[in-house]
Design a binder for this molecule. Sequence first.
Ligand SMILES: Nc1ncnc2c1ncn2[C@@H]1O[C@H](COP(=O)(O)OP(=O)(O)OP(=O)(O)O)[C@@H](O)[C@H]1O
Ligand SMILES: [Mg+2]
Length: 458
Amino acid sequence: MQFTDLGLAEPILKALAAKNYATPTPIQQKAIPVLLQGKDLCGIAQTGTGKTAAFALPSLDHFARNPRQTPLNGCRMLVLSPTRELAAQIAQSFRDYGRFLKLSVEVVFGGVPINRQIKALSRGVDIVVATPGRLLDLLDQRAFTIKDTEIFVLDEADQMMDMGFIHPLRRIAKLLPKERQNLFFSATMPKEIEALAAQFLHDPVKVSVAPQSTTAERVRQQATFVNQAEKQALLTLTVRNEPIDRALIFTRTKHGADRVVRFLEGAGIQAVAIHGNKSQAQRTTALQAFRHGHVKLLVATDIAARGIDVSGVSHVINFEMPNVPEQYVHRIGRTARAGAEGVAISFVADDERPYLKAIERTTKVKLDVVPLPDNFMEAVRNLPKPAPPRKGKPQTPTQQAKRAEGQRRYQDQQKQPQRGAPDRAHRVEGDAPAKKPFRRRRNDVGAHKGAVQRTGGR
Ligand SMILES: Nc1ncnc2c1ncn2[C@@H]1O[C@H](COP(=O)(O)OP(=O)(O)OP(=O)(O)O)[C@@H](O)[C@H]1O
Ligand SMILES: [Mg+2]
């Protein structure tokens, strides 16, 4: 089947051809005909298989065939996403696929001034992609209305109906018109959440390409058992030894992400962090630097687990295991997208073994256990100190790269045998006195055991 067989409007086919997309993916083949009929739909397909186009293309087709004045202060289509970065990415997809249609697309999220958004929305727009918090701010201020929405989309639908979002979502749903088309998409849809979806959907068609929570095909999934205190050494070795093009490294906490970056920098390895404690400008810069390949390693909380589409991510490393199995599916889905291959490496401490079991049960995949490398204990002993937390203005990726380069050169110099000081060179090479492995604080990983928290840090 080709896109031309789906009966999509000419300007959309032209945009797809410009992107060199000829064949619809399985979820697109199944979902697009149903959506073109105006039905509600719940679509489940693995990460990286084109769910965005599956909801964007038929919606754009609807607007192409039913041109209408945009409602004042309102929109014709509302897409909700759990994170700002994903909202921006979805909006970009609409702009790309709709480039030959005269449609307006706005993205609305927190962390940036609201006034610009109010102004942009005041004339009315065709498509709004939003995170729930800022959308509610705008609705509460009566700066925007969603009463004219014709199509309502929940991307990452199970997360949007989970405890972190369900209350805002209920409030938003009350303000939508009764007559509307609802589109829910995700790679995961736990049973209890699927039941909840019935409250928002009207006689939906369920389209499922694979059983829910099926991991992306073509990801090689590995696990290494390691003490929490030694994970940093393992990460340093992994980053040095694996053929990494681009890697996303996931931690459970925001501080954990910063700590990992500092350790990597201490070892002369450049990395940037993205998490909810960073300013929006820092978040955008970090993701852009990663997207454009200026930095190879992005250390993230689950803020980057869902939906983010960066081509060329060869590795996902779970520095800490997620305590919700579905989150593992999304995290490792940042690699092996759109037919590519990838590797997912999980560092599993003793108290994370139950998480691993739950993941294997949910995904029905057994991870390959990879032993610690031969020289591991030596590497632990030589673990460089983390760089001190930075004060003052944040550095740009270029400044960070220069700093990392300087550190690497300094360390290389230290490793050169120095005339008159063989002793020193020898010591730096590997015989440094064993450092006491730092103990994990009680509040670190495992502290939230039992408190099943489905939503990541936003
Ligand atoms: N028919 C197609 N042919 C080729 N590439 C495609 C096609 N459809 C989508 N893609 C590309 O595949 C990549 C993944 O798509 P998308 O981000 O929509 O995946 P997803 O299913 O939403 O994944 P996730 O569950 O992680 O959100 C994107 O780069 C997209 O441009
Ligand atoms: Mg997606």
